[in-house]
Ligand binder design. Sequence first.
Ligand SMILES: [Fe+2]
Length: 377
Amino acid sequence: MGAGASVHLQNILRANPAKDILLVADRALLKGRFFKRIEEIIALSGAASHIFCEIEPEPSAETVHKAFDLQQSSGATLIIAVGGGSTMDTAKAVGILATNGGRIADYEGIEKFSIPPLPLIAIPTTAGTGSEVSGSCVISDTQRQRKMSIRHASLNPARYAILDPEALATAPTHVIVHAGVDAFVHAFESYISLQSNVFTDALNLHAIGLIHGNIRQLAANPGNAEAGLAMLAGSALAGMAFGQTGLGNVHCMARFVGARFHLSHGLSNAICLPFVARFNMQANPAKFARLAQAMDKETARLGQRDAAHAAIVLIREMCDDLGIPRSLAAAGVDRASLPDMADACSKAGYEKWNPRYTRREDFERLFESAYAGDHSG
Ligand SMILES: [Fe+2]
């Protein structure tokens, strides 16, 4: 990791020689200076690049199989992903198919494959999903209209991850903001998860500090390498933790909001975050007080409840400063859909992770507050 760290790709390719490389990349980057430099490094290694860049947000199984066809026809033995979560997840899925065969739907669930995938070098160009270090990839099943989570804690992370803030410098502001808040929510929900432990707490508290302390600066100037590196590190730290702990109600609600109203994963999370944070606070005020400290709040003279409440205020201020819509209504969500979404959330199984037990009517109230932008409830 570091500004300009992508140059280390040279050494990685020297240690992992390949004649043909599948280069899975975000199309928006292809003409940029950063991507050109990656292509040059690959050419200098003597390998041929086979570029796949037809990747939509929330990539589908069809996309994965198209990329897999290119891997098969090119005979690529190594994969490099240059892009955000969708790009890295597509690359991971191709790697699994290349060594395990079959269809990607065969591997939905936990540890459904056993042969190590093709080696992957991941160069994230957003600080968001932490996919470069996490054991999961999410692929949409468009026929069944659902998302498949493919998880393997030891085999599914990339073999190498290069965290280079120069990769973030051309991202549009809304991408930086939505991806960055998603990373914050990973750290936040993983920290307060019922499955958290002392190791994940350490990763997540540091991630919270890095992300909260740098997200505004990176949104204001994507070329700020110091903020970019801190955001990439925060996103990767959270990515190492949330596979162990699971997530919570923010991801649960965002999942159904995003799917129904075609809002990005990061934006749906960002809108729901302040409301769920307030709802969850009383399940673990001690941890919320610690969260406020991680966000640089002076809490020495505050009682636990006031310190915990300060965390909620800090989260709300962060979302406001980043221009996140203050309600689901403002983002175009239809009120009539709230009962259905509450129903879906209550059946989604997040109670094994979310710290406050959430009944169907609680989800409905949460959706109502988020719809109205009402922080009093
Ligand atoms: Fe997420």
